[in-house]
Design a protein around this ligand. Structure first.
Ligand SMILES: [Zn+2]
Length: 224
């Protein structure tokens, strides 16, 4: 199990490096029509009949996200003003999240509910397990089980994230093609950026699941 965990961690690190490399590569390739990321997001929202989502700049690199609570689509500096195919792919992906929100896409709603639950779970998991291990006795088993259950909530979040991310990317590609922002020969580059990003979520979910199985196998044996 430890071996699998190390493999998953290597996969995560590779995926992280890969997304940076792919992004940097296609951040240098301009799209033929000269659209910026912000223009694409704004026009796509309007074309989808969404008028109550704000498109804003956010500091940082690859910090782009859609915030369902404030209905704000935040694009990083490298995406907002950029006319690269990478920027358009990312802007369209975030617009995909805004559209998911607008149409009531189930996994996104579930993911939003799970944000605080998952944060609470990941904060509580290790302290509970540690208390269980240190104090022993009858309550030890309960504490450890509770800790593992808390960890499972955080793991579930990384799994629920997967359909949300894949769906936003497939919406993004369709929108970029259907609304004529990118030509067919440019779309491959945008796809590569989004696939590289998707792989980081897959790697994170795999790592989390293996970590959970490892905890269960360690403490399952102990409490027998
Ligand atoms: Zn996303």
């Amino acid at each position: 199990m430890l071996f699998l965990l190390i493999l998953a961690m290597i996969l995560s690190m590779w995926a992280q490096a890969n997304v940076t490399g792919t992004y940097n590569k296609y951040a240098k390739v301009r799209n033929r029509r000269g659209y910026t990321g912000a223009q694409v997001a704004t026009e796509m929202l309007q074309n989808s009949g969404i008028y109550d989502v704000q498109v804003e700049r956010v500091a940082g690199n690859l910090t782009d996200h859609y915030d369902p609570r404030s209905k704000t689509l935040r694009l990083s500096q490298g995406v907002y003003d950029s006319t690269s195919v990478a920027a358009l792919g990312i802007a369209a992906h975030e617009t995909g999240h805004a559209i998911q929100h607008d149409v009531g896409y189930g996994p996104l709603a579930l993911r939003s509910i799970m944000v605080p639950v998952s944060n609470f779970g990941s904060k509580m998991a290790m302290p509970l397990i540690l208390i269980g291990v240190l104090f022993g006795g009858n309550s030890s088993y309960t504490m450890i089980t509770l800790g593992i259950a808390m960890y499972a909530l955080a793991v579930l979040f990384t799994v629920v994230t997967l359909p949300v991310e894949f769906n936003a990317s497939s919406r993004a590609i369709d929108l970029l093609v259907d609304q004529n922002f990118l030509d067919t020969d440019e779309i491959g580059s945008a796809k590569k950026v989004l696939s590289a990003a998707a792989l980081t979520y897959v790697a994170a979910a795999i790592t989390a699941v293996i970590q959970l199985l490892r905890l269960i196998s360690i403490f399952g044996r102990r409490s027998d």
